[in-house]
Design a protein around this ligand. Structure first.
Ligand code: E4P
Length: 219
């Protein structure tokens, strides 16, 4: 499973991208608003930092305007993926942009039926929102499992990748990988948390203490 960063904070993305572990980035209007910066400036900087797919979301609600916005967003860099909401208009725009060779990420997916439609519209990615389903008492990861099961039935004809989104904690990431999601887009704090384990810290502390006692150096 690939790991994307779910953020529009350029400093955070830069730091995480330096690990070489970040395969892509997802943004949304809320994340852009949080930066307080101009959209295109932020997108250009992110696309320079991360060569993988960078999702940028349209804000229009009818297909014609979504397509126009999508073309404008895609002009920022070759690695832009246009994010479209899972509505009839979003699906129409998805089909049109994909036909033009512009990759799309159909977002705000909350049901397997919606995911099937996104795949039939030719989306490059579909984003089931795990945490937001959990928030309303549903099992968000169950949606990821259902989508993967359905897509596997048609693996020869469907090329849409499943991008687990609205990830809130480490266990979400682990479970998405266990199920076989293609990608998880992870907030920076959760991404940093993935590496942490108290036994790693304790083990390292002990190894280094014992090594110091030998008085030796490697270099
Ligand atoms: C995905 O592309 C979205 O930007 C994101 O995962 C939404 O997460 P949230 O539900 O934590 O806002």
């Amino acid at each position: 499973m690939e790991l994307f960063v779910d953020s529009a904070d350029v400093a955070e993305i830069r730091e995480l991208a330096e690990t070489g572990l970040v395969a892509g980035v997802t943004t949304n209007p809320t994340l852009i608003a949080r930066t307080g910066r101009p959209l295109f400036e932020v997108l250009e900087e992110i696309c320079r930092l991360v060569p993988g797919p960078v999702s940028a979301e349209v804000t229009a609600t009818d297909a014609d305007a979504m397509v126009a916005e999508g073309r404008r967003l895609a002009a920022v860099a070759a690695n832009i993926v246009v994010k479209l909401p899972l509505t009839w208009e979003g699906l129409k725009a998805c089909r049109r942009l994909e036909t033009e060779g512009i990759r799309t990420n159909v977002t705000l997916c909350f049901s397997p039926a919606q995911a099937l439609l996104a795949a039939r519209a030719g989306a490059s990615y579909v984003s089931p929102f795990v945490g937001r389903l959990d928030d309303v008492g549903e099992e968000g990861m169950g949606l990821v499992a259902d989508i993967l099961t359905i897509f596997r039935n048609y693996r020869d004809s469907l090329r849409t990748r499943v991008l687990a989104a609205s990830i809130r904690h480490v266990q979400h990431v682990v479970e998405a990988a266990r199920l076989g999601a293609d990608i998880a887009t992870v907030p920076p704090a959760v991404l940093r948390q993935l590496v942490r384990h108290p036994l790693t810290d304790l083990g390292l502390e002990r190894f280094l203490a014992d090594w110091r006692k030998t008085g030796q150096r490697i270099l």
